[in-house]
Design a protein around this ligand. Structure first.
Ligand code: PMT
Length: 400
């Protein structure tokens, strides 16, 4: 991977994993990056600044108030210089300070000032990682667009076993490469994504729904945003987090989805329908909670929902690209191809939801991308990786 000329600021905080960051610096330098290390005072208890100075061939900053040796301007120079800001290891204390906007040393001051993307590689004891305070800090940072890698699970330095080990330097270097080589090939495109599960009300407290978490839809939305697109998500019920710089329209039922999509679709260049939409809804929605009648079965009458994708297919413009998903349990590609035709789609992504690691509520997926020109198997991979491949194929289709 070529990182020639890229400026990477590496924050090192006080944890035993700090020694691994020396290897990270070497790897980044081999790839051509300029690395500037900022250490917290605690980090210097684990590894000497001289190690980083020697490996990076740059001065190491520790104290905000020390007279600048090499830098001819104040600490924000590093914040401005960075193409990417990485903190590895990032301790629980650092995550808490960053989430709260505390700037009380060189590292926290610089990371607060930077406009560069920030990647954190947390490392800490499992109990600290799973503590509610840390969970909330991580969520806060993610919502602000901060990127994370790891932590991995395994035997920790303290003797505990579980999540908390810093990701390996090779993995972190790989992720840094991906971020730095980010494409901007969707700039100027408007992308509409549907995500999550619809809910069809039986009564005020009950509904019919499914297991969709919205992870696949949000992975597509984030990938498109990161590639420069202007993204809108129409979302049903999701557990996936709503992230920055994505317009969100919340819906509950398939009828709501249809209404929102008929309004939004005509304004879009690319429409990707990853939501799991109920095909049927209760024929009646009770106004009051349905009461139990012992000994008697409760019979529900269901009526068909609108097929939203089909309706959008009907009003599709020549310039638009329509993509659907198919969640199948048998004859996966055959059923998906039928749906592609019936709904006037340009592409359908078929996932066999019976396979471990594929489909609903997982961070990974296994899929077949189908277009009029053929099929392409996509093996087990993260939803964000699959999302980027789907976007690559959509752009290829649009080239004509
Ligand atoms: O959300 P996750 O937990 O990450 O899970 C991802 C996923 C499994 C939900 C996703 O990858 C997926 O497969 N989504 C489509 C699920 C589905 O309902 O498939 P389907 O075969 O029933 O529908 C085919 C297409 O028509 C889909 O694009 C669907 O959005 C659309 N549809 C279906 C029914 C309906 N009444 N209206 C629709 O628009």
């Amino acid at each position: 991977m070529d990182m020639t000329g890229k400026e990477i600021v590496l924050g090192v905080t006080g944890g035993i994993a700090a020694y691994k960051s020396a290897d990270l610096v070497s790897r980044l330098r081999h790839m051509g990056a300029h690395v500037h290390v900022i250490m917290t005072k605690n980090a210097t208890e684990f590894i000497a600044p001289m190690t980083f100075q020697t490996l990076s061939n740059h001065p190491v900053s520790v104290d905000t108030f020390a007279a600048p040796e090499y830098w001819n301007v104040e600490h924000v120079a590093l914040a401005k210089l960075a193409d990417l800001f990485v903190v590895a290891p990032a301790t629980a204390n650092f995550l808490a300070k960053m989430a709260a906007g505390i700037a009380d040393d060189m590292l926290t001051t610089t990371v607060l000032a930077t406009k560069a993307p920030v990647l954190l590689a947390p490392a800490m004891n499992t109990g600290m990682w799973t503590a509610e305070a840390t969970r909330q800090n991580v969520e806060t940072l993610k919502k602000r667009g901060v990127l994370f890698i790891g932590p991995d699970s395994g035997m920790l330095a303290c003797g505990d076993e579980g999540a908390g080990r810093m990701s390996e330097p090779a993995e972190i270097a790989g992720r840094i490469g991906e971020i730095l080589q980010k494409k901007n090939d969707m700039a100027g495109l408007r992308v509409l994504v549907t995500a999550g599960a619809t809910r069809e009300r039986l009564d005020p407290v009950r509904f019919l729904s499914n297991d969709s978490s919205g992870k696949m839809g949000f992975a597509l939305a984030e990938a498109a945003r990161d590639r420069g697109a202007e993204v809108t998500v129409v979302k049903g019920n999701t557990t996936a987090e709503v992230t920055q710089r994505i317009r969100i329209i919340g819906i509950e039922s398939a009828e709501d989805l249809l209404k929102a999509m008929m309004e939004e679709a005509p304004k879009q260049d690319i429409i990707i329908q990853a939501a799991a939409v109920a095909d049927y809804r209760p024929a009646e929605t009770a106004r009051e909670k349905i009461k139990k009648k012992s000994g008697e079965p409760l019979v529900l009458r269901l009526e068909e929902n609108p097929d939203v994708a089909k309706e959008i297919g009907r009003i599709k413009k020549e310039s638009q690209t329509l993509v659907g998903f198919a969640a199948e349990t048998n004859q996966v590609t055959e059923h998906a191809k039928e749906k592609m035709k019936k709904k006037n789609l340009d592409m359908i992504v078929a996932n066999d939801v019976t396979k471990p690691g594929a489909g609903f509520n997982t961070d990974t997926n296994i899929a077949t991308i189908i277009t009029k020109d053929g099929m392409e198997e996509q093996p087990l991979q993260t939803k964000i990786q699959l999302a980027n491949t789907i976007l690559d194929r959509i752009l290829f289709l649009r080239k004509g």
